[in-house]
Design a protein around this ligand. Structure first.
Ligand code: BGC
Length: 401
């Protein structure tokens, strides 16, 4: 990609400029900033956007320490992740002018993540991503009851879920963070002691990979995902309605008025939900199609495959209209939930002193289909003792001029 070529050239430019400064014998203040920012190819950009302060994430909750961990690569791309809910807090990537842009919408300190109703900003979601109808499912003849925390249904793992627990963190190097969490048998009503390991890796090709692994000691259901809210023009820069989206799906799982799948798998062709061809998100978002009305916009599971794939497959791609930032999502999962921020109300203050305005972010949650434990014709989400749940998804960043 041409932007990858441009970075070393601009680094060379900055180096030459710095050399010029040294000649005068004066010490350049900005050259004294932290290591990562000192090599920033875009000196002005690094002043405009920075990572949240580590200190604002350091605390002790229920006897466990919380912190902010930073992954970085040679292109000065940086990902900040907190072990509180395993949340992706910030992701700085270059735009088409080389300016570093934070594409993650959310808070810049720990406290608001811990208070009020969960927005799921950047969070790891478990045990079950999206909804389970009426908070009930039956496994081997036994019915399990979960919290109904979203109208009549169970959403994103329940009252606490994995988004509000403290994960054990181990940053093994500059590019890798390993998070582990042991969920007790019966936690949130789910059977089995579940041991989960999630690894965030930032590659030199500007890819953020999230790899999930889990084992259980009793048969259970499981659907882990990440709930990052993206704005490719930068967090707090307005709506995502002019972003262009492409989703590699011919079919989707229509829902009822409470956003529970009807069980049918229907064709997207001819509907305003079809993104097979890259389309501006806002073009059809207010269509009178019943599914768009139920979702209050887009809030649907797109069918990528009939089962988990052994390898990563391209799932979706999004282009930020102003920034030229291009995000490609690939996954092993059979589904992807496209949520267009329809429940964002502007009531939360997010990073940069901005508000989480209506539709100012979108989510692309790679996953198994919602309510699979109650749907016979959906790919199974059952995990049995002796099996290892293993899946991964990648968010890759480049630019289009
Ligand atoms: C769901 C939405 C929900 C949002 C925030 C998405 O995954 O599909 O319905 O409002 O998460 O909780």
């Amino acid at each position: 990609m041409n932007f990858q070529l441009r970075l070393p050239l601009s680094i060379l430019g900055i180096f030459l400029l710095a050399l010029g400064g040294c000649n005068s014998g004066s010490k350049n203040q900005s050259a004294e900033t932290t290591n990562s920012q000192a090599t920033d190819s875009t000196a002005t950009a690094s002043q405009e956007v920075s990572l949240p302060a580590k200190a604002d994430f350091q605390n002790t909750i229920s006897g466990k320490k919380t912190d902010l961990y930073v992954l970085k690569n040679k292109n000065n791309v940086q990902a900040a992740i907190t072990n509180y809910g395993g949340r992706l807090v910030s992701l700085l990537v270059p735009d088409k002018a080389g300016k570093m842009t934070d594409v993650i919408v959310g808070f810049d300190k720990l406290q608001p993540f811990t208070e009020g109703a969960d927005t799921y900003f950047g969070a790891l979601i478990g045990r079950y991503g999206n909804r389970i109808a009426k908070g009930k499912f039956t496994l081997d003849g036994k019915t399990y009851t979960l919290a109904t925390n979203n109208g009549p249904n169970h959403l994103h793992g329940g009252k606490v879920g994995f988004s509000r627990v403290i994960w054990d963190a181990n940053q093994t190097n500059d590019s890798t963070l390993v998070l582990t969490y042991v969920s007790k048998d019966g936690e949130e009503g789910y059977p089995g002691t579940l041991t989960s390991k999630v690894t965030y890796t930032l590659s030199s090709a500007n890819e953020l990979k999230i790899a999930y692994e889990a084992t259980t000691d009793k048969k259970t259901v499981l659907n882990l995902t990440n709930h990052s809210y993206f704005n490719l023009n930068g967090a707090g820069s307005g709506t995502i309605l002019d972003h262009q989206l492409q989703i590699n799906a011919d079919r989707y799982t229509p829902v009822d008025s409470t956003l529970i799948p009807t069980g049918k798998i229907e064709a997207l062709a001819g509907t305003p939900l079809n993104f097979k061809k890259a389309t501006i998100i806002g073009d059809r978002i207010n269509d009178t199609h019943q599914q768009i009305k139920f979702g209050k916009g887009y809030d649907h599971n797109y069918v990528l495959a009939t089962q988990r794939s052994a390898t990563l497959k391209p799932a979706a791609a999004v282009l930020g209209d102003k920034s030229g930032i291009y995000m490609e999502v690939s996954t092993q999962e059979p589904g992807i939930q496209f949520y267009s921020g329809n429940f964002m109300t502007g009531s939360n203050q997010i990073k940069g002193g901005k508000k989480d305005e209506y539709r100012s972010a979108f989510c692309l949650e790679t996953q198994h289909f919602p309510d699979s434990p109650n749907q016979r014709n959906f790919p199974s989400t059952v995990l049995a003792p002796g099996q290892t749940y293993k899946t991964s998804s990648v968010y890759k960043f480049s630019v289009k001029q």
